[in-house]
Design a protein around this ligand. Sequence first.
Ligand SMILES: CC(C)(COP(=O)(O)OP(=O)(O)OC[C@H]1O[C@@H](n2cnc3c(N)ncnc32)[C@H](O)[C@@H]1OP(=O)(O)O)[C@@H](O)C(=O)NCCC(=O)NCCS
Length: 168
Amino acid sequence: MKTLSIDIRRAEPDDARAISEAHRSSWQQAYAGLIPHKPLRQMLDRRNETWWRKATRGSSTMLVVEISGIVAGYTTLGLSRARGLPYDGEIYEIYLRPEYQGMGLGSVLFIEARRLLKSLGCNGVVVWCLEDSDVASRFFRSHGGKDVAEGMEDFDGTQLRKLGYVWH
Ligand SMILES: CC(C)(COP(=O)(O)OP(=O)(O)OC[C@H]1O[C@@H](n2cnc3c(N)ncnc32)[C@H](O)[C@@H]1OP(=O)(O)O)[C@@H](O)C(=O)NCCC(=O)NCCS
């Protein structure tokens, strides 16, 4: 019998290619039809392997979730960018490759991201997601998040509403 091992660890520069592939496939699946084609393509092209290599050395913390040695997804976290909200921490992004979604890996990654923010001294966590992103909203609600904030995001002239889910 084969045993599947799940591992969550800090991203390293050598993960850049795997993260860029996870990012591309997850964003295409999550946002095609939601974010207009041109700005979505530009965002995907900008975040190539080189961009991710630099990002692994950047100021936000990046974790990957690996299943049997394959990078299934990533999360980035750090201080909240929204001034005026009483939550210090923010999970900036959490994305899994489509073929690894719905198996509980996102939950493991999300719980570890929150634990890490707490251990870094952050009180409270916010995560922003597009209002029309049903999977993301269901996921954050299933983890007890409350959407207490809202804002707008501009994609090349198209304004989309976003929701801020929070945890104390
Ligand atoms: C959101 C995401 C990280 C969740 O990770 P996941 O491993 O798929 O989620 P889990 O298997 O841990 O599921 C936890 C809960 O989330 C909800 N959920 C997850 N995937 C779902 C889906 N495809 N449809 C509906 N609900 C879903 C369910 O309520 C689920 O609870 P249940 O297992 O009791 O039914 C992942 O699905 C993903 O990368 N999605 C696309 C990108 C995205 O939207 N990222 C967030 C942007 S802010």
